[in-house]
Ligand binder design. Structure first.
Ligand code: ATP
Ligand code: MG
Length: 283
């Protein structure tokens, strides 16, 4: 069996979360800052640390079997790779932003204007779809300062909190795409079995992250009302307490409807609710 290779960002916004995800999958390796390749000691896998822009091509060309990269990079490089799994981190949006003083109302007003960006391919596709002819100025970084320097009328850049835009006197105007980190691969990889196993490990970690383990106490009279509110993987576990007529209920709850559920559970008579993180869920 060949050793699998996964490419992740060497340093930057996705490095830490990518390393954390792989470590949570039980993979043991050094996060070398100085080396390009780190072998995993307990799985036939090597980690390649690369610039994020190079990752889609390495995967497309078969140098790496898998990669972790932002969707924005894949769209911009226009390579042939398969999306295997959304990873839930590195969330951001590619937005067109204009100076605060600009009172632009409609996207058509971008006609004839200049827009600075490091994402010319995505931007040009977007403008074409909207039927807008603007002058795209491709630059390699520090896009936010370009309107202030008189280099462009607007910018198109990645935004997460919007803090950078604000501190440069810019306001978001139009959404071009939203992005998050994704696991990519390629069709027909020779290492299909290992790829499958790694994806399963990643999915079990992600599932666990989206879910909490909940234990609560309830009087038997209220048990059916409480159980109705609880999904569980199959159904909740109910165990008698030392005190007569009381039981403990163990279950898992999706993080997304967590607070709603908890207040409904309290109303239904649940007490002493304990919520715990889960490490892995293997179905
Ligand atoms: P590299 O040196 O690897 O080329 P980079 O400077 O191009 O790195 P980073 O700034 O580290 O890239 O961002 C990596 C990815 O993080 C982006 O491609 C994007 O998917 C995601 N991201 C999340 N939030 C933001 C944000 N606010 N600004 C930029 N990228 C973001
Ligand atoms: Mg880059």
């Amino acid at each position: 069996m060949k050793t699998l290779k996964i490419a992740i960002q060497k340093s930057g916004r996705l490095n830490e979360k990518s390393v954390e995800l792989l470590k949570n999958c039980g993979l043991s390796f050094e996060n070398y800052k100085s080396s390009l390749i780190s072998p995993v000691s307990n799985f036939p896998l090597e980690i390649l640390f690369l610039r994020d822009d190079d990752i889609p091509e390495y995967v497309q060309d078969g140098i790496a079997d898998l990669g972790i990269v932002g969707e924005n990079v894949i769209q911009e490089t226009e390579v042939e790779v398969s999306y295997l799994q959304r990873l839930g981190f590195g969330r951001c949006s590619l937005k067109i932003a204009v100076p605060n003083t600009n009172d632009i109302q409609h996207i058509n007003e971008l006609n004839g204007k200049s827009i600075a960006t490091t994402y010319p391919a995505i931007l040009s596709k977007f403008l074409k779809e909207k039927g807008i002819k603007a002058d795209i100025r491709t630059i390699s970084g520090s896009v936010e300062i370009s309107p202030g320097l008189g280099l462009s009328d607007a910018i198109c850049d990645l935004v997460s909190t919007g803090g950078t835009l604000k501190s440069n006197g810019l306001k978001p105007f139009a959404d071009v795409m939203s992005s998050e980190a994704v696991l990519i691969g390629r069709k027909g990889s020779e290492n299909e079995e290992l790829v499958k196993e790694l994806i399963q490990r990643i999915q079990s970690v992600l599932r666990a992250k989206e879910t909490k383990y909940v234990v609560l106490n309830v009087e038997r009279d209220n048990l059916s009302a409480v159980i109705k509110l609880l999904p569980g993987i199959k159904s909740p576990t109910v165990v008698p307490l030392a005190e007569e007529n009381w039981v403990a209920v163990h279950t898992v709850i999706p993080e997304r409807d967590f607070w709603d559920r908890i207040s409904q559970l309290k109303q239904a008579g649940a007490q002493g609710i304990v919520v715990m993180p889960i490490e892995k869920i293997i179905l």
